[in-house]
Design a protein around this ligand. Structure first.
Ligand code: NAP
Length: 277
């Protein structure tokens, strides 16, 4: 049976350390959150981030804007936050309301305050192996591997999903750790043939039930990044958990695996941003 990678417990430990370090700074760090529109999931995510920050001694200031906010008003707010000396990190909650283009907004965030690591400069630094911030979800995956002493060097790492949020930056980080990385996507021919060779298999496709036990190499570390809803509304990953548990050596649960780690990594980035300033 697989060892279950307990992201919730590890995140709690990391948060305790972040709280201690935040308390040692000359003033508590500050995260500014921009939330436009009424998307219910975004409201829940933002409340979660506010709670996480409060637990770690990080202040938050959430700017709630109506769904009909203009591109120009949103840019003006980001510009003000960039210049605000009290703000260490800026997070623009996605998705933005329909009709707004997120790219110019995300690109307008000062790279020094870009705690989500979405700015092209920060994405470029990451690609060059000189990251200013680590993107939260990929960093959370690495922390989990490290905590359970799962080696990356020389291992075949197969990632399902090539998004700029998860798959691509994770491929860069695992490559930097001397993993041999195969990045798969919806046009990959014979996905199971590739996943079956993986020592570390990461699924970030957002397709419930995509990864079945026969796609897993016996003893592999299987990291399920996805957050899908089953028909009953329950959170589920991409991996068929009960079947995978019998095949994998290590396995993340959903919820309680990568999700809490992602949240903890955001807090770490805010702390780093504050510390550097
Ligand atoms: P995304 O932008 O929709 O990307 C999904 C990727 O998966 C794409 O590259 C897509 O291929 C690929 N894909 C889709 N179906 C596939 C299939 N049947 N076979 C192989 N590849 C397939 O999603 P994302 O933003 O990266 O997020 C992925 C999942 O992770 C979602 O469930 C999201 O909710 C979750 N997530 C979780 C966390 C967390 O903290 N746990 C954080 C971020 C995201 P193409 O490129 O060819 O379309």
């Amino acid at each position: 049976m697989a060892v279950i990678l307990d992201g919730a417990a590890l995140a709690a430990k990391l948060k305790a350390r972040i709280r201690e370090e935040a308390g040692a700074l000359p003033r508590p760090p500050m995260l500014a959150v921009v939330l436009a529109g009424e998307d219910p999931a975004s409201q829940i995510y933002v409340r979660g981030k506010e709670r996480d920050c409060a637990e770690c001694g990080i202040r938050t200031r959430t700017h709630r804007l109506p769904a009909d906010v203009s591109q120009r008003e949103l840019s003006a707010l980001v510009d003000r936050l960039n210049r605000d000396g009290d703000v260490d990190g800026i997070l623009v909650q996605l998705p933005l309301p329909e009709g707004l283009d997120p790219r110019p907004i995300l690109h307008a965030v000062s790279p020094e305050k870009d705690v989500d690591c979405f700015h092209p400069l920060n994405a470029g630094l990451l690609a060059l192996g000189e990251p200013r911030f680590l993107p939260c979800t990929p960093a959370g995956v690495l922390e989990l591997l490290d905590a359970y002493e799962i080696p990356v060097r020389g291992r075949l790492c197969v990632i399902i999903g090539r998004s700029h949020l998860v798959g691509r930056p994770l491929a860069q980080l695992l490559t930097a750790r001397d993993g041999t990385v195969t990045l798969c996507h919806s046009r990959t021919a014979d996905l199971p043939a590739l996943t079956r060779q993986a020592d570390i298999l990461v699924s970030a496709a957002g397709r419930r039930g995509l990864v079945t036990a026969d796609m897993i190499k016996p003893g592999a570390a299987v990291i399920d990044v996805a957050m899908n809803r089953d028909p009953g509304g329950k959170l589920a990953g991409d991996v068929d958990f009960p079947a995978a548990e019998a095949m994998a050596g290590f396995l993340t649960p959903v919820p309680g695996g990568v999700g809490p780690m992602t949240r903890a990594m955001l807090l770490r980035n805010v702390l780093q941003a504050a510390d550097r300033r």
